[in-house]
Design a protein around this ligand. Structure first.
Ligand code: PFF
Length: 470
């Protein structure tokens, strides 16, 4: 029996609308802010290589599975999992997977919004010309002044969350589709301009080899699984927006005719290219100005403005860059709210506007913890071979990206490949039952789940405790 449900929340107007919106969700602070600083903290080339492996072997197959579940269920992730579990004769507790996603979404959005707030603040700082001819010292000072002032952070965090709530309350189709259509390509072009600038610096080659050549000496000092693999895996989930129902809910608006495989590859290629371009733009500047690659979450906010301060029309390009980064963050934040909002609409009979406002208010409150993590409540701890200096912000980030999203993805893979009938997945994926389907099925059934499990077990040191492995 083929399932022909339709979503009460609407449907994308075309395949490209879905691809653009899902790319809007995937491309965000994760690519331009988080990827470079994690690469810097984790030693460069080895991290990048492992990241790419995680995207291809784990990320893409799980993304396909998540979209497949979303399109078949056509409701909020919580109800989708409940309905699909009932259809396959499984426990209704599968809805907990949807719940975990909603909780992860709130936690991520709460700190994501604070960082997006930095982006907002930087549009005005660069626009005011404060970075013209700035050196590394001045750039660092401007950044430190911002994050050590909780009132400023709170104001920007509030502004960004209100912006996100407004778009979500209008419905994902109205507004979002239009916005992403021209913003994403413009961001891409601007990144290419930044790469052009990076190529003109003296340390371009050094930056490139840092990014692309694994440093084996450094690898020997690190625990490969906990220090490289786990953060890379977490970054793959975070960057592709998988493991928490965001891409599942976007899949629920996808027309039955559209090819999940083609869409996923397009989204993953766009997402990965933006991250790599950001790395190429940033590391030559880091080395040219003698900055520390392991500088943590402030990395792009300290490095890029120096470049804008030096290049011709830098104030213009700098403003434009941070505006586009803001939009990229905006289109991602929307997808972080969407699972909770659809659930509230379905279950609590709320209007979209009320549901969005309530969800936004919860994320806002939680965001206060992150606001204070950079100043009054700051404390440091060691994680994955690097020192994390921003207490609760780092804990939220690690808990969601490195733990909750991979567990969510693992459960999606188990559900789609081990528990759902083959007939259902063949039907939904629309690839037939040939080699392409089998390759996907093998990846979701074996590679992705065992990959996640092996990385987890290694990261918590179980294999070492048992005397196996390193
Ligand atoms: N993928 C987004 C980024 O890279 O900035 C962040 C994100 C959005 C993570 C949606 C998770 C999610 F569900």
């Amino acid at each position: 029996m083929s399932v022909k449900r339709s979503s009460i929340h609407g449907q994308w107007s075309s395949r490209w609308a879905f691809i653009l919106a899902a790319t809007g969700s995937a491309v965000g602070l994760g690519n331009i802010w988080r990827f470079p600083y994690l690469t810097g903290e984790n030693g460069g080339g080895a991290f990048v290589l492992v990241y790419l492996v995680c995207v291809v072997m784990v990320g893409i197959p799980i993304m396909m599975a998540e979209i497949l579940l979303g399109r078949r269920g056509r409701q909020s992730p919580i109800h989708t999992m409940e309905t699909l579990a009932a259809e396959e004769g499984l426990s209704p507790h599968w809805k907990l997977l949807g719940w975990m996603g909603v909780v992860a979404g709130f936690i991520i959005l709460s700190y994501y919004s604070v960082i997006a707030g930095w982006t907002l603040a930087y549009i005005f700082r660069i626009g005011a010309g404060v970075f013209v001819d700035a050196d590394a010292g001045l750039s660092k000072k401007i950044f430190t002044d911002l994050i050590s002032d909780p009132e400023k952070l709170l104001a920007w965090h509030t502004t960004f969350l209100i912006m996100s709530v407004i778009v979500v309350s209008r419905g994902v189709k109205n507004g979002l589709e239009q916005a992403v259509k021209f913003l994403m390509p413009t961001l891409f072009i601007l990144l290419l301009i930044m790469v052009g600038y990076a190529m003109s610096t003296d340390k371009f080659v050094e930056g490139m080899s840092y990014l692309f050549v694994p440093n084996f000496e450094l690898l020997a000092e690190k625990n490969f699984f906990s220090d490289i693999f786990l953060p890379a895996l977490g970054q793959a989930f975070f960057s592709l927006s998988i493991g928490m129902g965001a891409i599942m809910i976007y899949g629920s608006y996808l027309s039955q005719k559209s090819s999940i495989t083609f869409n996923c590859f397009t989204i993953a290629i766009a997402d990965t290219s933006v991250a790599i371009l950001a790395g190429i733009a940033i590391f030559p500047i880091v080395f040219t100005y003698g900055l520390e690659p392991a500088g943590g979450p402030g990395l792009i906010f300290i490095t890029l403005p120096i470049a804008f301060g030096q290049m011709p029309f830098g104030t213009f390009f700098g403003c434009l860059f941070f505006i586009l980064l803001l939009f990229a963050a905006w289109t991602s934040a929307i997808s972080l709210l969407e699972p909770a909002v659809t659930w509230l609409v379905e279950n609590r009979n709320m209007t979209r506007v009320k549901a969005a406002a309530l969800a936004g208010a919860i994320a806002w409150l939680l965001g206060l913890v992150t606001v204070l993590s950079f100043n009054h409540w700051a404390f440091s701890f060691n994680f994955a071979g690097s020192v994390k200096e921003n207490g609760f912000f780092d804990i939220f980030d690690i808990l969601t990206s490195n733990i909750m999203l991979p567990i969510g993805g693992l459960l999606v893979a188990i559900f789609a490949a081990w528990l759902m009938s083959r007939k259902s997945t063949v039907e939904e994926l629309g690839l037939g039952d040939g080699a392409a389907y089998q390759a996907w099925h093998f990846a979701v059934k074996y590679i992705a789940p065992f990959g996640v499990i092996i990385i987890f077990l290694n990261a918590i040191g179980l294999f070492r405790l048992l005397g196996l492995g390193e």
